[in-house]
Design a binder for this molecule. Sequence first.
Ligand SMILES: Nc1nc2c(ncn2[C@@H]2O[C@H](COP(=O)(O)OP(=O)(O)OP(=O)(O)O)[C@@H](O)[C@H]2O)c(=O)[nH]1
Length: 372
Amino acid sequence: MTSSHQPTPPFQTPDTRSGLSNRHRRVLARWLYAVTGVSLIPFAVLQIVSGHVILAGAELVASVLLFTGYLRVARSPHLQRWIYGYLIPLFIFFNVIIIVPEASISASVWVLMMPVLSYLLLGKREGMILCLPFMVAGSIGYLYFLENIDSARSVIDFLNLVVGGTLMLLFIHVYEQRREEAEQRLINLAQTDSLTGLANRNRFQELLARTIAESQRSNSPYALVVLDLDRFKQVNDTFGHEAGDRLLKLVGQTLIERLRGTDTVGRLGGEEFGLLLRDVSCDDTTQLIEQVRERIADTQLRYRGQDISVTASFGIAHSSRDGHQADALFRTADRRLYQGKRGGRNVVESHDEPSNDELTTTPPRTRKGTDV
Ligand SMILES: Nc1nc2c(ncn2[C@@H]2O[C@H](COP(=O)(O)OP(=O)(O)OP(=O)(O)O)[C@@H](O)[C@H]2O)c(=O)[nH]1
């Protein structure tokens, strides 16, 4: 089970693709469906008045479809499809109204709306992939439309659209990039222990909940291990807080180096760490943690000419024996950890202390490790 892989970074972006949360994307998509559906009605009436009955019919059909979308988007699990289902026909429509013979020269302004809508609803990557071809097509269509107009003015109009569109796209792209970076920094801060760089308690608990859900689906075993450094107060008292901090970092590093990439290491607070081991049997967990215990005990911090070492006590809770309730698993691992502390420290405890009744019928269990 030895591996040099780093455990999976604890950081996670929210469940959305753009700067808006999925809830807000849904609200925006609904508004767009509704507003577009309503706006088509006066256009359809004007088409009827102008004698364009087929066009009016098409606009009314589109309006009905948009209202259906408005109702369906509220609950649909396929929000992304509904967004594409809105944006693609809309962008096609924008391009068509630029090239129809009776088009107004102002129809081209809709090209500038493309990056705004697609970045807001789809995020940076998908937003750019969707809007760029439509913007290029819109500009080419506009060039085609301008052919009939006096050449110097045509070039200026065309350049206005191309430069304006490019600037709009660039601005939104850079804005979205900076926003994503800032969001990622905030997420990292909220999920990370600043001293060790490990997952903090909140993040660790989230990952435990996720591991429980995934493992129940795939029926794979997992272990929760809580470890606490022994007599760490003495380290602080003897060598100072800075030495204590460095030792905490070194222990975190030692844990990361020993565990698999799919495992999680977190600092639960103070001198207490949590380990989440996936796809591991009960016996393998005990063996692995025994090696981790030895490795921590062998690790030395060189600080101002002195070697500082520390030991740790471990409590193990395993899904196969201790169930799938996060709170109960934590309580079990904690209970075993403090049982180990009471029993002399520098130990791995994977079972509860036998009760008095059991003691009379079974020989005492061998404790692993030695006191310091
Ligand atoms: N340097 C440093 N010390 C910390 C940090 N967080 C907690 N501590 C110290 O860790 C020590 C924990 O002390 P105790 O709770 O008495 O536990 P202990 O000395 O490890 O004893 P046992 O757990 O019983 O083996 C305290 O002195 C805390 O100040 C930290 O971030 N940095």
